[in-house]
Every structure is written in structure tokens, then in C-alpha cells.
Design a protein around this ligand. Sequence first.
Ligand SMILES: O=C(O)CCC(=O)C(=O)O
Ligand SMILES: [Fe+2]
Length: 294
Amino acid sequence: MTELIRVRPDAELDDVVDILEREGAVIVEDLADGVTLKGLWNDLGPVLDAANHCERGYDGHRTRRVSSLFARTPHLTPVVMQPLYLGSARRIMQKPVHMWVGRSRVEVVPTIQISATQAIQIDPGQGKQPLHRDDSLHLRRHPGPASRVQLMLAMTEFTAENGATLVIPGSHHWDDETPPRYEEASPAAMPAGSALIWLGGVYHSGGANTTDGPRVSLTVSLDLGNLRQEENQYLAVPRDVVMTYPEELRRLLGYDRCPPGVGWFEMQDPHMVLEHESLEQARAAAALIGPEDR
Ligand SMILES: O=C(O)CCC(=O)C(=O)O
Ligand SMILES: [Fe+2]
């Protein structure tokens, strides 16, 4: 069992990217400040309390989960936009891809997007979740380029006893034949406000909670922009709430186009839909511009 590497929020982005590419996971201490954490608790605590335990065993019969987090709280913005998280996700996934278009050699840089959001409360008595890779959703083969960089923010302290996420460092380098074993996993023990960042190809699971208090967290994933989002953000976050976010976050929520051309609206940048009062007005404006070069 290898200990997870820990860094402070002022660590160099290059170093964090190196750790993630090598180990597949890192803990950023104090990623969220006290005001953010309190805001998250105010907005999500009562919703978690009111939520039922999950029905599927994989999700945990003693676990509560709440999604649509960008519709429920504005306090997730500084978490997703924390420079080490967003910065490392951009560096790891936005790698140039080269292709021929006729006789031109073209370089294309993909976008990234928010995929799933969930607050997770592991209650006393919950057993270990099966070890898994979250990029299984992308039906891809390993090892290979990362299609997901995920974050788990501790809202209570995470300990080996209360269900801290279990992580197998380096397992993103494994193939698809090697089964994961709990003996190889390390618990992401950390105080509230710290966060685990890990790549989608890393085997991990929720831990067992043998204490008498809940383990509470929230998770956000950033995925490559040419994939379908795990959580349907267009349905999860109403337009009037989307409008309250800065442009970079709106684009991360899916109002963006991944080069060379996934996600367009009327052959234009879909963000233009948010820049007009209605879909009809946006459509009329797009017609005036005419089709863009894809
Ligand atoms: O709650 C956790 O620590 C991990 C949960 C998880 O990995 C999942 O549900 O996919
Ligand atoms: Fe997972």
C-alpha cells in the first residue's frame, strides 16, 4: 500500500501534473476555504439529510447521494475553478491532436467539460464499494490518454475508519485484464476542506464506514469535451442559474464547442444561445453570421 502524495494549494502546477501523470492521484490540502465549505454545508447539508439511501448496492444502501449541484449551490465555482484542479485537468486533457484536412496539417486542442456532480454521504454501517475506474463510462481501453480528471472534496474529515475514498496509486497504467485488490488501495485520509484529485483510469472506491458518524463529501468530474457528459447538465442546471455563472464556467457546463466541431448550435458556438433572450433570437443571429468554418 503506497501513501498518497499531498501538496499545498500553492504547489507548482507542473509538479501536480507530474504527480497525477505518474501516480494518478494527489491530495491538495485546504483546497476549499472556510467560507466556501460553510456555504456548501448550508446549501447541501439539508438536502443530503432529506435524501433517501441509495437503491443500488453499487451506490451504497447506507449512502445518500445528491446531484445537480450547480443548480443547488453557487459555492462549487471556486472548487472547480481552483487553479490546481482546473489547471491540471486542462494540462492533462487539452493536449493538441494533429490531423490532415486536405493538404493542411491541422492542430486541434479539445475542450474539457463538467461531467458529473454529486454530494455523497456515507453513513455508519456502509461497506466498501467495489473498486472501479470512473472512465469505464467512456468504454475506453487502458492504458491510454486521460479522458477524466475528478475531484473529491472532504466536507467532513476523511479517515480510514469512516469511509475515506480508497485509491490504488498508479493503477491508470494498468491494462484492462488486471483485477483491482483492496490490499493495494490507500485511504485518502484528509481533513475537511482538503480534496483528492485523481484520473479516471485509477481504480478507487468509497471506503467502509465503521464509525458512528457520517463521512460527507462532494465530487465533480471534468471530462474531455468530445464525450457525452455523465450527468445531463443542460437538464440539471436551469438556464437562469447558468446565467449567474462566469463565462468560463458556463462553457465548462457544456455551452461550448469542442474542436474540430462537436456540440454546435446552428453551426455556431453554442455559447451564443446564452447571449440572446431566446433560442429563436439566437437562431436568427446565427443565420446572419452564416456557417462557420468547422
Ligand atoms: O464516495 C467515495 O469515496 C467514492 C465514490 C465513487 O467512487 C463512485 O461512486 O463512483
Ligand atoms: Fe468512482
